[in-house]
Design a protein around this ligand. Structure first.
Ligand code: PMP
Length: 398
């Protein structure tokens, strides 16, 4: 008998399942708004110029691929810190940030989760309701009990900020709170700067452990503007974790480039924390891969490439904003009576459209427009060629 004979078939990943369905659809008008990927106006995954140029420069003197240190490329880790906390910021200057290169944002969350589980196995984890679907799975897999704090209110199609705040205030000391630093996935609703101040105060008074997930820095208002949230936590004297992802901001999804930063009380503490992060990395995958992080480090540390990246990231951000505006206008033009203006209040790649599960199923089955059953649509996959069809289709099911 096989040791695997009793193994059950796991449910399919909901988003990947949607992709398979989309690929099998023969309708030439089909549109995939299910994925969390930025496409350009031609519907193509972009290769950023800054990335192509950095790669060309690297190709001029190709290097052998030895193992990297466990915590990755030193220049990369330094660049991540500068991006997250600000180049000349006090946390960076005082050396109290421990940063390790990770396998994307997911790797940063997992290394952070393994580290936290070791230092406080009894802690609970709070994630937003709803959240990126992998948050729950990932922290549960690391051994934590995962609960939620209120975030989105379907009845008002907005945020339940009071609910969020009171849940944080009531949480036990040591509770790990996963917060979306910007571009909340899946709703697209971010809290305001004054609301962040209240969240910071709540984390401080309830002695919580904030874990900021920053998968979209630069997609809401700008690199520095989006990083300001991190600055608020630092300025309040809190110690916390930040997961960085460059999957979207560099369009480097498959290279798995991310970083985990832990802001500590002082440099000695940061050194101890880094030694523990290294154990989490060593026992999971030993050390990270070379290419993607080398590209990102080259871009972030070369003034010309850096300027080019900021311009290209700005273009992606702007295109998404234009698609949001066009979506609202064209839905109205297609005869939708309901006020859809909330779509332009949302930021980042996603929009909670307010459509019901039945409406989303109809969109898929009758019009080959694919979004998730929760009503989430990836506005970064809309373009000038597919938006009219998407709006007409939505108008039919609403
Ligand atoms: N956190 C959030 C909120 C995300 O949306 C994503 C990507 N979908 C990630 C983390 C993971 O990013 P990566 O692909 O770099 O692992």
């Amino acid at each position: 008998m096989s040791p695997f004979s009793a193994v059950e078939l796991a449910p399919r990943d909901p988003i990947l399942g949607l992709n398979e369905q989309f690929n099998a659809d023969s309708n030439p008008k089909k549109v995939n708004l299910g994925v969390g990927v930025y496409y350009d106006d031609a519907g193509k995954l972009p290769l950023l110029q800054c990335v192509a140029q950095a790669e060309q420069q690297m190709m001029q003197s190709p290097k052998a691929r030895g193992y990297l240190p466990i915590d990755g490329i030193a220049a990369y880790d330094k660049a991540v810190q500068a991006l997250v906390f600000g180049a000349g910021s006090e946390p960076v200057r005082s050396g109290r940030v421990a940063t390790a290169q990770t396998l994307g944002g997911t790797g940063a969350l997992k290394v952070g989760a393994d580290f936290l589980r070791k230092i406080n196995p009894a802690a609970k984890v709070l994630i937003s309701d709803p959240s990126w679907e992998n948050h729950r799975a990932l922290f549960s897999q690391a051994g934590f009990t995962v609960e939620t704090y209120p975030y989105y209110d379907a009845t008002t199609r907005g945020l339940n900020f009071e609910g969020m705040l009171s849940a944080l205030r009531k949480a036990e000391p040591g509770t790990i709170v996963v917060l979306h630093a910007c571009c909340h996935n899946p709703t697209g609703y971010d809290i305001t700067a004054p609301q962040w101040d209240q969240v910071v105060a709540a984390c401080q008074s309830a002695q919580l452990v904030p874990f900021l997930d920053m998968a979209y820095q630069g997609f809401a208002q700008g690199i520095e503007e989006d990083g300001a949230v991190i600055g608020k936590f630092a300025a309040a004297g809190l110690t916390f974790l930040v997961a960085t992802s460059f999957s979207k901001s560099f369009s480097l999804y498959g290279e798995r480039v991310g970083g985990l930063s832990v802001l500590c009380q002082d440099k000695a503490e940061a050194d101890r924390v880094l030694s523990q992060l290294k154990i989490a990395i060593r026992t999971n995958y030993s050390n990270p891969p070379t290419h993607g992080a080398a590209v990102v480090a080259a871009v972030l540390t070369n003034p010309e490439l850096r300027a080019l990246w900021e311009r290209e990231l700005g273009e992606m951000r702007l295109r998404i904003k234009q698609m949001r505006l066009a979506l609202v206008e064209k839905l109205k033009a297609a005869g939708v009576k309901r006020d859809m203006g909330f779509i332009t209040e949302q930021v980042g790649m996603f929009s909670y459209s307010g459509l019901t599960k039945d409406q989303m199923v109809r969109l898929r089955e009758e019009f080959s427009v694919y979004g998730t059953d929760t009503g989430r649509m990836c506005v970064a996959a809309l373009n000038s060629h597919n938006i009219d069809y998407v709006c007409e289709s939505i108008a039919q099911v609403l």
